[in-house]
Write a protein that binds this ligand. Structure first.
Ligand code: SF4
Length: 573
């Protein structure tokens, strides 16, 4: 992190410098840390510049010039999502900064950092990665500027982009640069080429074409999503300004490599320079990752297009080893593992039984695929094994049980509800109107109701007082005021007060971002109602109608649809 750290190690230079928009926490949940440790294992000397002040040169210069490259990421979150609310206003907190202080990373951090580095280190290769770069690898809709933007490779002038999970790619990039080889044919990467390379399996419509034609824009995204879902092993290209953006196919780590990643010597703490706690670290400190990937295919989510839909599992032995390390090394550990899962906890160990993966983004929606081999009992077995380790009091599952999956194995669902819920169970129905749920690629509302019933019956049987915490999205494309009114009445009747609401943000490259921009259902071409401007606030107010600040928005929303009679009913506390 500093010149004195280098001196302590007897280094006069480093091979690779990772620049990140997050504070530096040496824990496997933080991208710069996991990649830094992974590179260190392969014998490279790695420096980290965390949250540099981008308005000055000093922070970028502090570790000198790296022998191989700078790796640049905005951090674990897209910088615009980290910095701005869904209404594009500045956020007051940044969970990845000591003390939760806002303002420590710029908007469009990857581009800002790269431009600062390019000015200071003209010939040092720039490698970009993380969620911000990964979701901007082709021409995409950008909510923050309300425009279609080119691949981020152009704005950053980076030499290569790493998409998805970058361990394999970053090591190959380091090897190629060390051996002075061109940066081509590296899995999970993208770069700009002057010519059309060999081995192209899909040529997307060009940036210039998608810019002027919404139908072409939609088709391009659908084509790319299908290609990624099918895990095809050929290149994708997109022409832009007489050059080609080339995207190499993805490649996953093996289970052995994945296990090895979590067995690296993480300090499991924030760097000692920080005096205040980093809130995001508090959430993951006593949590363990069991797998990556998600085959849910929700249209608003970027996970499938980032991590892929194939599930990469850790072995049970590796998970148990990590838990034992936490027990041994953390004097403040209270005996509870707060989460044991992945993007969707109950996808651990499930797989596709078909000969080849197909082009479906979701193996679950509209109905579960006959080839999907669920293995929720294996997840339960893992939880029970961890729970039986001496010193472990409880293992909780907080990383999102997908309830429609849990209903396919009720014994699993009942066991989780009985022993692994910490009083409140977060689930994500997202809406109650089936027409909106279909546009989200989510199961129908009757699945939520079925799960709710099972949850209540299980709690009654176990004599436990536990609550479901459902998450809902307002202003989703296709969600009309009338739909939000129905949701508001539904919640009121059930006495559910939603604590946190998510006002829809179109994340680049998601199918929902395509809907938001084109105002069309990509499946049918039908026109969609898309809430914009003040209607977004009205829709959100319908999710939390009892909040005083929402009253005027609620009133206007109800007036608009002729439901003013329900104002007092909905607004009362
Ligand atoms: S489980 Fe079904 S939907 Fe999923 S990849 Fe396999 S064949 Fe496709």
């Amino acid at each position: 992190m500093s010149k004195s750290d280098l001196t302590d190690r007897g280094w006069d230079s480093v091979d690779i410098i990772l620049v990140t928009g997050d504070a530096y926490v040496d824990h496997p949940s933080f991208a710069a840390s996991i990649l830094g440790r992974w590179l260190e294992k392969q014998g490279y000397k790695v420096g980290i510049i965390a949250q540099p002040d981008w308005r000055k040169d000093a922070d970028f210069l502090k570790l000198g010039k790296p022998n191989l490259f700078f790796g640049v990421t905005a951090g674990n979150l897209d910088s615009l999502v980290a910095n701005r609310t869904s209404d594009k206003k500045p956020r007051r907190e940044d969970m990845y900064t000591p003390g939760g202080l806002a303002g420590k990373r710029p908007d469009r951090a990857v581009t800002v950092y790269c431009n600062a580095l390019r000015k200071l280190f003209k010939n040092v290769p720039l490698v970009i990665g993380g969620i911000e770069a990964s979701l901007r690898r082709i021409s995409h809709y950008d909510y923050w500027s309300n425009s279609i933007r080119r691949s981020i490779l152009f704005d950053t002038r980076a030499d290569i982009l790493v998409y998805g999970m970058g361990e394999k790619a970053i090591v190959q990039i380091a090897e190629k640069l060390r051996d002075q080889q061109p940066l081509v044919d590296i899995p999970n990467t993208s770069y700009i080429s002057d010519f059309l390379p060999k081995g192209v399996g899909l040529e997307l419509a060009s940036y210039e074409e998608v810019l002027v034609d919404k139908n072409i824009f939609t088709k391009t995204h659908l084509d790319y999503h299908k290609f990624v879902a099918a895990d095809k092993k050929t290149k994708v290209v997109q022409k832009c300004q007489n050059k080609y953006v080339v995207i190499e196919p993805a490649s996953l780590l093996s289970t052995e490599e994945f296990d090895a990643l979590f067995e690296l010597p993480f300090a499991r703490s924030a760097h000692p320079i920080y005096e205040e706690d980093i809130p995001a670290y508090g959430f993951v400190k006593d949590s363990v990752v069991s797998h990556r990937g998600c085959y849910g295919g929700c249209h608003f989510c970027a996970l499938g297009i980032h991590q892929g839909k194939r599930i990469l599992n850790r072995s049970m032995e590796s998970v148990i080893k990590e838990v034992k390390n936490i027990i041994a090394e953390d004097n403040n550990f209270k005996g509870n593992i707060l989460d044991l899962g992945g993007p969707t906890a109950n996808m651990y160990s499930s797989e596709c039984g078909a000969a080849e993966p197909c082009e479906r983004a979701s193996c679950l929606a509209p109905t579960p695929c006959k080839f999907l081999k669920l293995n929720q009992q294996k997840h339960l077995e893992l939880i029970k094994k961890v729970n039986s380790i001496p010193s472990i009091k409880k293992v909780f599952i907080n990383s999102g049980i997908r309830f429609d999956m849990a209903l396919l194995d009720k014994e699993y669902a009942k066991a989780i509800i009985k022993d692994h819920v910490s009083g409140q169970m977060s689930i994500a129905p997202e809406h109650i109107c089936d027409s909106v749920l279909a546009l989200m690629n989510k199961p129908k509302n009757n699945k939520f109701e079925e799960f709710e019933k099972l949850f209540q019956e299980a709690n009654k049987k176990n004599k436990k007082e536990q609550y479901l915490i459902p998450y809902f999205i307002s202003a989703y494309p296709g969600s009309k005021l009338q739909d939000m009114y129905e949701l508001a009445m539904y919640l009121r009747k059930k006495h559910i007060k939603v604590k946190q609401v998510q006002s829809f943000i179109p994340i680049p490259m998601t199918i929902a971002s395509v809907m938001y921009y084109t105002e069309q259902d990509p499946a049918t071409g039908n026109q969609l109602h898309v809430a914009k401007d003040e209607e977004r606030l009205w829709q959100r107010a319908l999710l939390q109608p009892w909040i005083k600040n929402n009253y005027n928005f609620l009133k206007k929303a109800l007036m608009k649809i002729g439901k003013s009679k329900d104002l007092d009913y909905l607004a009362r506390d």
